[in-house]
Write a protein that binds this ligand. Sequence first.
Ligand code: HEC
Length: 478
Amino acid sequence: MKRAGFLLAAAAFAFWTAALLGQARPRVSRPRPPRQVGPRPALPSQAVTFNKQIARILQASCQKCHHEGDIAPFPLMTYQDAFDHRFAMADQTGRRLMPPWHVDSSCGGFEDDPSLSGEDIRAIGEWVASGAPEGDPRDLPPPLTFTPGWSLGPPDQVLAMEESFTPSFTQGDVYRCFVMPTGLTADRFVAAVEVAPGGRAMVHHVLLFVDSADTAERLDRADPGPGYTCFGGPGFTPTSALGGWAPGNRPRLLPEGVGMHLPKDSRVVMQVHYSARSGVLEPDRTLIGLHFSKAPVQKRLLAVPVLNYNFLIPAGAKDHEVRASIPYIPFDAHALAVTPHMHLLGKRMNLTATLPDGRQVCLVNVPDWDFHWQGTYFYRSQVPLPVGTRVDLSAWYDNSSENPQNPSRPPRNVTWGEATTDEMCLAFLSFTLDAENLTGAAGLAATGLATFSPFWEEGWLPGPSGDSRPLPGSPRPR
Ligand code: HEC
């Protein structure tokens, strides 16, 4: 049982990091609508114009993806760009499909929430309805520029694949792990990781694991060519994870005083998923930029899964609920981020904390799950989770043939698993422990929490009922 718990935790670990990828969406090319340049109507003085309002909305909420070379299928940088796509813009913003944001803004309160105000949406609608006027050139704000390269500035350390790798797609997609020694002679804390994919068109995603033993190197030696084949996870139990990358993902610095622990002499193992569908074949040499924490780090970023791996979604079920919970959080903690995860049958998910005083806190609500836009959502203010807090997750799945995403035709009974045709019911809470103080005299060895990684604590995993066993009042040091 213990072993099974570990393996499941390892599986979940892989998905945590997968989910850490942020917002992944394959690039879709669409035919451009025909250019329409007709006579423009005369402007009433209060009219919404591109130069005055629309350009500002595009800069604030759209251009980070809608510029040349990024993930959106067309740029929205100039008047002509916006004019060409004006009807789709009004439609997509009116239905709140763009900018993409897949959690309920009224729950949690997250950083980077790009949701447009009602006023902005009305302005776009009015602009289109009035013939999409360009307006007075003097109203135009200075253009935003996007410099390719490291978006957080030059990293403190760059790790690279030893040599470039060209995947062979004869058997479909390729999952390959590359071992990158850090050469660090002292433990470090990482505040952010930025991934610079080499073969950008074929690199579907990148996951980063930490190995402080030489397991990954052994796997590498046993497999000819650069790196080794690995699917799902890295093929060993990682010491920790450093997140990852997928198109659209932007690195984010952890708050001051919080860091991801990178032990000295460790290796970063990078799993790259090369997508055969891209139709591109080129050598890839992906780089990893590590940004070390500048200020002293008091707390490690830890993560705990709220998960249920004992479920069965019957074939044909249209709205099947699966629950998971942590009935008792055994220490004072603060939640920093949440990462919901399901596969293709997922419809909705919500996660609620019930504090010891009975108050309920909405941790995340996903009203319309989209597998292609996974994200880690950082709370604008960290959520206190005092000892005795209970966390409950509910997830709903559509395993009917009416679900266009259903990978099985006809539908079959679905249980927990790593394959696309399996499902998961899981959310990760990233948190810090209130009692942890690494800058105290004894540093990492200061408390019984030194080697404590709740992630690996079996007691956090749910039992057969989908409900975790209550833990004793204090964490077990290992
Ligand atoms: C996080 C990246 C991102 C942001 C921000 C973003 N878009 Fe998009 N947009 C995309 C991607 C990717 C697509 C391609 C369709 C898809 O994958 O959903 C897209 C597609 C579109 C489309 C075409 C949709 C269709 O199905 O025809 C329109 C119109 C659009 N975006 C407008 C906007 C506007 C307007 C904004 C800002 C208010 C915006 N987008 C912000 C990434 C983004």
